[in-house]
Design a protein around this ligand. Structure first.
Ligand code: HEM
Ligand code: HEM
Length: 227
């Protein structure tokens, strides 16, 4: 089992993740319709792209939009989680070793104290995101079992990774195996669930940005958006 999980399944899960997300991106772009959405994507490409980049970029800055400024708690826990979620899979020392060994390329590694801080911050952020779904009435009303499943699937690699690192001791190997299985389930699930936002975030923000830049008086506003 260990050989399978650390061999073929590792390649399969990484391939499903990357090719699956590429397929989702292609499906999204092919699903756009100039006529149905009444947005002149092609004729107004230049103006549209300015809007697309502004929309993507502003939501990536804490407090960069009205939406973030109105919800300081959400902003805090969202960024606490996402900074680690994006940096750790690529730049954690343990992961750079795995990438080098299985995929033959090396990336710079974060200092381990920083990686530990990011990992713990990510777990605190996830707890904050979960508590928001429990205690903020409008978030609670919209929450389904799918949302809880996604939070659990996401939390599992973080918790098992941190436990293996800090409390592993004699059971290090077991926690590491649990970590790898949890990470593989996460990678395989991503293209089929809303975790596909890892790429679709950029496309849906770009689409809304183009919409607002091309229509809705965008030509008078430049990149000054109402959000
Ligand atoms: C299947 C691919 C993966 C493999 C083989 C793998 C392997 C490892 C290894 C070797 C460590 C180091 C443990 C140590 O320092 O003793 C680790 C830690 C960790 N991994 Fe992964 N990992 C994988 C995927 C992921 C994913 C997808 C995530 C999150 C999205 C993740 C999050 C973490 C975290 C948070 C730690 C602990 C970091 C710390 O406390 O410094 N891993 N992993
Ligand atoms: C550049 C990449 C990413 C971007 C731009 C991004 C952006 C977002 C956005 C906009 C949301 C919605 C927040 C809301 O409820 O309003 C979200 C939620 C979420 N993201 Fe990401 N994300 C990225 C990568 C990741 C990664 C790598 C993971 C997992 C390791 C992840 C896990 C999650 C989870 C679990 C939620 C749901 C939180 C909840 O249920 O409240 N994201 N993300």
């Amino acid at each position: 089992m260990i050989e399978f999980v650390e061999g073929p399944l590792l390649y399969i899960s990484v391939a499903v993740f990357f090719f699956g997300l590429i397929a989702r991106a292609i499906m999204y772009i092919r699903g756009l319709s100039q006529n149905l959405e009444r947005i002149a994507y092609r004729p107004q490409l230049g103006r549209g792209l300015v809007g697309a980049f502004a929309s993507i970029f502003k939501w990536l800055i804490p407090g960069g939009t009205h939406g973030w400024r109105r919800q300081p708690f959400m902003t805090l826990v969202f960024f606490l989680f996402h900074i680690g979620a994006i940096l750790l899979p690529f730049f954690l020392l343990g992961h750079t070793v795995v990438l080098q060994y299985y995929f033959g390329f090396s990336l710079p590694a974060l200092p381990s104290y920083l990686a530990d801080i990011l990992a713990i911050a990510a777990i605190v952020g996830l707890l904050g995101l979960a508590s928001r779904r429990l205690f903020v009435p409008e978030a609670r009303a919209l929450t389904t079992s799918h949302d809880w499943l996604i939070l659990a699937l996401t939390a599992a690699p973080f918790i098992t990774g941190v436990v293996a690192r800090f409390c592993g001791g004699e059971s290090y190997e077991t926690w590491m195996l649990a970590h790898i299985i949890a990470a593989e389930i996460f990678l395989i699930a991503a293209p089929f669930t809303k975790l596909s936002h890892i790429v679709l975030y950029f496309l849906s923000r770009a689409q809304i940005g183009m919409d607002f830049a091309i229509k809705r008086g965008g030509h008078q506003r430049g990149s000054a958006f109402p959000w």
